[in-house]
Design a protein around this ligand. Structure first.
Ligand code: FES
Length: 121
């Protein structure tokens, strides 16, 4: 069964529309629409969440699109490339659930995915 807890980072909310759940650095949780063909970074930026800087525009060279993925979803994502891993290692906020959102294409199977935006360093 679905859970309606306040802990959006670990819950999957029911919805007929594709969406992702984004927790911003101030702790606010937003459900934003998602469509295939876009990366999580693009979805988050298009939703007006400016805490995700994404300075390099998705070229895997800045690490300012860093997110922490809810552990329940980590296995549903593509493997981390060497370039992505190298950038994540430069972050003092790196965890085993760190990903660069520009390297994560959205697909319908990821609807309900929960991520937390990592504050800019
Ligand atoms: S936007 Fe720069 S690494 Fe993702």
């Amino acid at each position: 069964m679905f859970s309606h807890t306040a802990d959006a980072a670990s819950s999957k909310l029911p919805s007929d529309e594709a969406h992702i759940l984004v927790t911003t650095p101030d702790g606010a949780v937003r459900s934003i629409p998602a469509c295939e063909g876009m990366t999580l970074m693009e979805l988050i930026r298009d939703a007006g969440i400016e805490e995700l800087a994404a300075y390099c525009g998705g070229n895997c060279s800045c690490a300012t699109c860093h997110v922490h993925v809810a552990p329940a979803w980590a296995g549903a994502l593509p493997e981390v490339s060497e370039a992505e891993a190298a950038l994540i290692e430069t972050s003092e906020n790196a965890t085993p659930f760190s990903r660069l959102s520009c390297q994560l294409p959205f697909s319908a199977a990821l609807s309900g995915l929960a991520v937390t935006v990592v504050p800019a360093e």
